[in-house]
Design a protein around this ligand. Structure first.
Ligand code: 16G
Length: 239
């Protein structure tokens, strides 16, 4: 099966083979792939070579290892277009069940950077909502949302249990029109690792979104930490 004359290293050829099996359904999601020893025998290479191929696919999120049990085919990541939609809308549109767990809900004068980005005058307050967001009961992200109290003064616990965008748009009749967003890869913080049920160290995607109403008034700053093994963000670009 391997081409020993090829300039493509053995581990990369094995990696390609395994990847094709995963993508074409030869290996099934949640089911163990053949053991390192079996693969070593099949391909006639060293265990080190097989391990390198598997490690690359684990790092890519196609496989995951369970200590002492084996290596399994991972659930494909959610491919999320970068658009101004809400978590609830995103999950419903893919037939998944969104849910939230409220970690904290506070009203306070924010730090200076938040106040500036929300264009608040001195002493103006924000609601800070921290939620864990689930899809089909699996933790996907942690979100810290900062909303100016003057724009949504009657925000209450029961509004946060559902969709914040639905509250802003349907209940408050404000129109969220545009946003700026930035994303970076970071290592997860200990506290977030527990909420997201991932081990340390793990890479996560940090996104900050500032959303504006039609009149350019900022309505929210949201700092989100997404599981990098469950999410990939995609954007359509044109030249
Ligand atoms: C998304 C948004 C977040 C927004 C939230 C509202 C990203 C990166 N973030 O998670 O800014 O506040 O949706 O969701 O997409 P909700 O209406 O379901 O509460």
């Amino acid at each position: 099966m391997l081409d020993k004359q090829s300039p493509v290293p053995m581990y990369a050829q094995i990696e390609d083979y395994l990847k094709n099996q995963i993508l074409q359904g030869g290996f099934v999601i949640g089911v163990a792939i053949p053991s390192e020893r079996e693969l070593t025998d099949t391909f006639g290479v060293s265990r080190m070579t097989v391990r390198q191929s598997i490690t690359n696919l684990v790092n890519e999120g196609l496989l995951y290892r369970e200590k002492g049990r084996g290596t399994y085919v991972a659930t494909p990541k959610i491919e999320q277009p970068l658009s101004l939609t809400s978590f609830t809308e995103d999950m419903l549109s893919r037939g998944m069940k969104p849910s939230n767990k409220l970690v904290s809900f506070e009203k306070m004068i924010p730090e200076i950077d938040i106040a500036q980005e929300l264009q608040l005058a001195k002493g103006e307050e924000v609601f800070i909502v921290k939620r864990i967001r689930y899809a089909d009961d699996k933790p996907m992200a942690i979100e810290r949302s900062y909303l100016p109290v003057k724009l949504v003064p009657d925000l209450e616990l029961n509004n946060i249990e559902g969709s914040l965008y639905s509250f802003i748009e349907k209940d408050k009749r404000l129109i969220i029109s545009h946003a700026s967003q930035r994303m970076e890869a970071v290592l997860v913080k200990k506290e977030d690792a527990e909420f997201l049920q991932i081990s340390m160290p793990s890479a996560v995607l940090m996104i900050e979104r500032i959303s504006y109403l039609t009149n350019d008034v900022p309505i929210e700053i949201v700092r989100s930490t997404y599981r990098a093994d469950r999410y990939k963000f995609i954007s359509e670009i044109r030249r």
